[in-house]
Design a protein around this ligand. Structure first.
Ligand code: ADP
Ligand code: MG
Length: 517
């Protein structure tokens, strides 16, 4: 049954129809800001020395079919997932025990842990913590006859991106679906397109409301005399996905009336300070461009950087992260919350032997919800000497159904299938504990779509879809009290079949939306 949905989808386009649809999507993208800064391989520095150009984000021409049951389940579980990751973040000792093993082999994890220890020693002055999360899934459909099951690829606790652009793709595909009769129709007829509407996507509203909630929970300025307050987006230099971020800051400014500033991670120490004389440690931001030299007190730090080792080019960057962490601003996320989202934690949660961590972390949650959440886990293993993971990874036959993941974010880091045994043999054995082994999720094999790449190329063929669901949570880290817990908005990313990785920013996949079946 599931196969038939994908078999004739998307409807075939003749050359003139394809031309029309591509042109429509290209223009729509520019008109509405569904854009990215171009890769230097596409537009060189010489062609655009002032950096004025942008191009369409990679986007599919059609929404992709996605099982309604999986979509509804992902939405239903998001606030439970939010709660779970807040509870893990509150269990500092538990995280510490897991990190302990990695510290001597993974510099990045080790340095993050050191930042936490440093601030803990001095004492955190801010106990409120904000999570803007995205839980990523695939519709696991190992054979055409099976009912699709929702399986989690990963849970993101830092820099969960694409809420801004994803809302726009939803709008684009909805407009294409809605083309009124008598108007040059963009989509050829297809039952799925006739019956289905793209579900609403409130990612921008949800994520901005999360940030705005933290902003108001911070309360009045702690500075003497009081300063105006703001939210600070801390970002990477040369960010190509800037329009995604601007969608959130615009919402914060326009709807929530909160001043928002963007600051490069490399400039944190140049433009922010924490007065020694103030034990509350407010984070003061002096915008270099402010005509009156106005200073602001930062209520909330939203990190769209610092998730990958390359964001820390020198010890000064670690100093900057520590500086932010020890400030009174609410962090989205704290170092602990970032670490809670590491792959190894997800592996430990998914382990079926040993203590039932889920039940301990979600003690006051309906047990049936906990079971449903557990159902979304794909089998995951560590590579310890006596563990099952090691033999599954080293045997080429079993490796074929697995992916090997390091403690990294941002795509492009995994080792797949038959490459796993050779890869493991190529690195020292004491480094194996940096990796976790995960069983492959098998999305429907027959899915197809057409994508317009950022360089204008149009590619069609077999695709794999990954659904992300957004959630926000604000809690008090000292007492575990939750003040705000919301689900809202989603992201569909579609990559070509045969391409292992799924990052849009890294160029492997396209932004998409869904029609439910
Ligand atoms: P990252 O933090 O780098 O985004 P992910 O766990 O999301 O790490 O892995 C990157 C990509 O690898 C995913 O987007 C997905 O395409 C693929 N992937 C990861 N885990 C699995 C899995 N268990 N089954 C199938 N594909 C996977
Ligand atoms: Mg991912």
């Amino acid at each position: 049954m599931t196969d038939s949905v994908y078999d004739n989808y998307p409807p075939t386009l003749n050359p003139a129809q394809k031309d029309f649809l591509v042109r429509t999507v290209k223009d729509w993208a520019t008109q509405n800001g569904l854009m990215v800064r171009p890769a230097p391989t596409f537009v060189s520095k010489e062609t655009d020395p002032q950096g004025v150009l942008a191009t369409n984000a990679p986007v599919t021409l059609f929404p992709s079919p996605f099982p309604k049951s999986c979509f509804e389940e992902a939405k239903a579980l998001q606030t439970v997932y939010n709660k779970l990751y807040a509870a893990i973040t509150c269990s500092e000792e538990w995280i510490g025990k897991i990190m302990e093993d990695l510290i001597d082999v993974d510099d990045f994890i080790s340095n993050l842990w050191k930042v936490h220890l440093h601030v803990q020693k001095e004492g955190y002055t801010q106990t409120l913590s904000l999570g803007l999360y995205r839980s990523d899934y695939m519709a696991h459909t190992p054979s055409s006859s099976t009912t699709p099951q929702l399986k989690q690829v990963e849970f993101n606790t830092i820099s969960s991106s694409f809420g801004g652009l994803s809302s726009l793709v939803t709008l684009l595909h909805s407009e294409l679906l809605d083309t009124p009769p008598g108007h040059p129709i963009a989509y050829p007829k297809h039952p799925l397109l006739a019956s289905g509407a793209v579900p609403e996507n409130t990612a921008v509203e949800t994520l901005s409301t999360g940030l705005a909630t933290a902003h108001s929970a911070y309360g009045a300025s702690k500075s003497i005399p009081n300063l105006p307050t703001c939210i600070l987006f801390v970002v990477q230099a040369g960010e190509r996905n800037i329009f995604d971020q601007l969608a959130l800051s615009r919402e914060l400014t326009r709807v929530h009336k909160i001043p928002v500033f963007r600051l490069l991670s490399s400039e944190i120490l140049d433009h922010t300070s924490i007065p020694d004389s103030n034990p509350s440690r407010p984070l003061i931001y002096r915008p270099p461009h402010s005509p009156e030299g106005t200073q602001y007190e930062v209520t909330t730090i939203y990190l769209r950087c610092f998730y990958t080792p390359t964001d820390y080019k020198s010890p000064r960057d670690w100093q900057a992260r520590t500086h932010l962490e020890r400030s009174a601003a609410i962090k989205c996320p704290t170092v602990l919350n970032q670490l809670a989202g590491s792959k190894i934690i997800q592996q430990v949660l998914a382990t079926t032997t040993g203590p039932d961590h889920l039940t301990s972390f979600l003690a006051d949650t309906d047990p049936s919800l906990i079971s449903r959440l557990r159902e979304t886990f794909a089998p995951q293993y560590d590579l310890s000497l006596d563990g099952q993971g090691r033999s599954l990874a080293l045997n080429p036959e079993t490796a074929l159904n697995h992916v090997l993941k390091p403690q990294r974010e941002g795509g492009g880091n995994n080792i797949y299938k038959t490459a796993i045994p050779d890869f493991l043999h190529s690195i020292p054995e004491n480094e194996w504990k940096r990796w976790i082994l995960m069983e492959l999720i098998h999305p429907p094999a027959a899915a197809k779509n057409v994508a317009l790449r950022s360089d204008g190329e149009v590619v069609s063929g077999g695709v794999i879809g990954e659904l992300g669901v957004y959630g926000t949570i604000l809690w008090d880290q000292a007492v575990g009290k939750i003040y705000h817990n919301e689900q809202g908005g989603w992201l569909m990313r579609t990559k070509s079949e045969g391409v292992n990785e799924g990052g849009v920013a890294t160029g492997f996949s396209s932004l998409d939306s869904i029609v439910l079946f």
